[in-house]
Design a binder for this molecule. Sequence first.
Ligand SMILES: C[S@@+](CC[C@H](N)C(=O)[O-])C[C@H]1O[C@@H](n2cnc3c(N)ncnc32)[C@H](O)[C@@H]1O
Length: 175
Amino acid sequence: MTPEFYYMISDSLANLSHGEQDLLVKFCRELPPWGTVVNLGAGNGCSAAAILSSRPDLTLFSVDAQKESHPLGSLDGEMVSLKRCGLVPTDRLHQIHHNSQDWHLPDNIKADIVFVDACHDEIAVRADFANWVPQLKAGGVLMFHDWETTGGFLLDLVKDLPLIALERLIRVFRV
Ligand SMILES: C[S@@+](CC[C@H](N)C(=O)[O-])C[C@H]1O[C@@H](n2cnc3c(N)ncnc32)[C@H](O)[C@@H]1O
């Protein structure tokens, strides 16, 4: 899979920049084999396309409260993009129709990476943080999109977490 496949989605739907997609790919490629990545906010599939393109062995859970096509994004919208990239069908993707703030991974699974890009209001972002930090492996990677909008809500929560990367609207912390 060449980068142009996942760039194709950000070029037309613009939820993430090329650099942001590349950063997702970089962190996915650094994982040990058979990693688990959680994407909060399916949107238009920019993040999922990058994650699934990064390597053949990881499992992606993509969580969205909206199932049917919607201008702000949905599971169906994500699926359309993944089809354009030739990334589906695959048993590596689990689309979860649920609120990201209270959905839990199956028992015995913890995430290597959680990419937070669902509801951007303060109560929701704080709830995502509270729900997902305990579901990360020790040393796991917590990535936020739209940090300029949401980061101010979280400064108290992330103050003890090392910031390990940044790219445009993404901030990445080690948990
Ligand atoms: C900015 S878009 C995500 C963009 C996506 N990461 C991409 O790269 O295309 C935000 C998505 O979050 C979803 N969403 C909003 N509130 C949510 C919630 N409470 N739980 C889960 N998903 C939610 C919206 O339906 C929308 O699809």
